[in-house]
Design a protein around this ligand. Sequence first.
Ligand code: NAD
Length: 315
Amino acid sequence: MQTVVLTGGAGFLGSHLTDRLLAEGYAVIIIDNFITGRRENISHLEGNPSVRLFEQDACDPLRIDEPVDYVMHLASPASPPDFARMPFACLRAGSYATHNLLEFAWEKEARFFLASTSEIYGDPPATNHPQTEDFWGNVNTLGRRAVYDEAKRYAETVTMAYHREYGLDIRIVRIFNTYGPRMRNDDGRVVTNFITQALRDEPLTVYGTGAQTRSFCYVSDLVDGIFRLLLSSEKEPVNIGNPSEFTIRELAERVLELTGSKSPLITKPLLYEDDPQQRCPDISKAERVLGWAPRVSLDEGLPHTITDIRAQLKL
Ligand code: NAD
């Protein structure tokens, strides 16, 4: 049985990835300090002999003596309110933790997998829309999102340096907005905000005009893309996301329809001055290299997410 060390395994994406890895026959060692993760996300795995949880910071040395085949680094706060709440945790997850795990992977002669993000593209100009992997990005180093964006950019750079200098086997995924069950209802991301507000019959808060666009990938599609990339031979970054683009206002209207809520929409000023106006993946590389494309539409994925948040809110 091959072993995967997975940081951030108690988080939204990490817990779904753990389920997939176990289903594929891997043993998983989860490293998580629960700064944004939830015990409920992995409580169904209690008693499973193929999973172990090490409750620790991914920046600290790992004490794992046995052979390890893959090191997957997903640990990082990931929602915009978390960037403001814990800026240094974002910076440390991208920098110290990445460095620590690269060193660990190198010692174990394991393959290293980095969860990067579409945020490394910053606010893309119209000429770079949708975003291809060869776009270098447009990030304000001093903006409030920079603690996350720049940490992830550094994480990509140091990962590539380990590959070039030491021959470490690497994979880098650039994840675009993903949603689904096990997101925290209060994580401040747009999908959870709208669903929580709609279920509570509170007004839905649209930041800015609501004309800014996002693309939303359902979690099972994302995990499938990650798993394919892990086993592929592609060492350059690959975008994984759903290219169907929606305005924030359209998303709000879909949520209202699917929850049956009569809540009004209200607008507030943008939380961040550098909030990207548009964000959409070009997934032709993933299609070509991984044979991957998303299958789950927003109308199919949102009801599962609504059911999960309804349960979290005990409604
Ligand atoms: P999440 O907050 O649900 O999960 C992150 C997990 O990492 C949590 O369990 C948290 O406790 C843990 N963690 C954070 N810092 C840690 C540290 N220093 N040591 C140990 N554990 C730590 O977020 P998520 O949405 O599941 O995101 C997972 C990864 O995917 C992140 O790296 C994020 O940047 C990336 N990503 C996510 C999205 C998305 O739409 N969800 C988009 C782009 C990139």
